[in-house]
Design a protein around this ligand. Sequence first.
Ligand code: IPM
Ligand code: MN
Length: 326
Amino acid sequence: MSHRIGIIGGDGIGPEVIAEGLKVISATGVKLETITYDLGGARYGRDGTVLPDEVIEEWRDLDALYLGAVGTPELPPGLIERGLLLKMRFALDLYVNLRPFTYEENNIDFSVVRENTEGSYAGEGGVLRQGTANEIATQGSVNTRMGVERCIRFAFDLAARRRGHLTLVHKTNVLTFAGDLWERTFNEVADEYPEVETAYNHVDAACIYFVQSPEQYDVIVTDNLFGDILTDLGGAISGGIGMAASANLNPSRTGPSMFEPVHGSAPDIAGQGVANPTAAILSGAMMLDFLGENHAAHRIKEVCADPEVQVQGTAAIGDAIAERVS
Ligand code: IPM
Ligand code: MN
């Protein structure tokens, strides 16, 4: 059986690292039928296409999407990020952004469950009197009971399958409206999971604990923006952002989920063959896990944790991993 996967290499180092991910998956023997989509800043620069609705409709029949990175420095910030990446997350209802971190050296083995369709990413707000001395800009954070609850439930389920510990990260001492909704929902769902021990950290304190005592975490659940920031830090403390994988999940499986490294398109090192493809390869492993190819996924993760595969160069790392998984 082969899985039908949409491939969006994207911009910068995106296509380079995705090529290695596909190389490694193929080495495991798992068969993919790939359909390549030329999307991202470069494509926009050529013909003004960002993400047509027909393409999203086509994606609905796929088993998964595998994305490198999108964004080019010459375009206005947000154009591709909002128009492509966020549109994808919203249109396909990829409401959980799951970002696992493991790093033996620092005793790190935790997963961040980042809410992926709401918060300050929702696009609420606007600008008045732009460019004048009286300009006003607002950017709200949208938190629905439904959106918060489904994300928190996913996190409790995950914690119950792991070491049984879940930490809510927010800023309830300042963001009292959103924080209260998150905290109440968290506590109510917690009653259904007596086997999961819970904790709460303010996001600023969590930044300290990430650096000083990351071994205390098993699963973390948090809102979209806090999750974005914390997971870059998560990458930095667990071997570098070149190792950080992510899964944008539609857990109800009403459409394809999307798998991408946490890092961006890194235009400064694009085309040099020096980007670390491990994050993309591990995101590929998360994709295989979600597709039920658990044996191949496990093997990839095991090999990626071996420091010996961290040689020099994008293709060389891909080769080292591919050789060991086959
Ligand atoms: C990420 C990225 C995106 C985000 C950007 C590119 C829109 O930083 O996936 O973490 O903020 O979600
Ligand atoms: Mn980010």
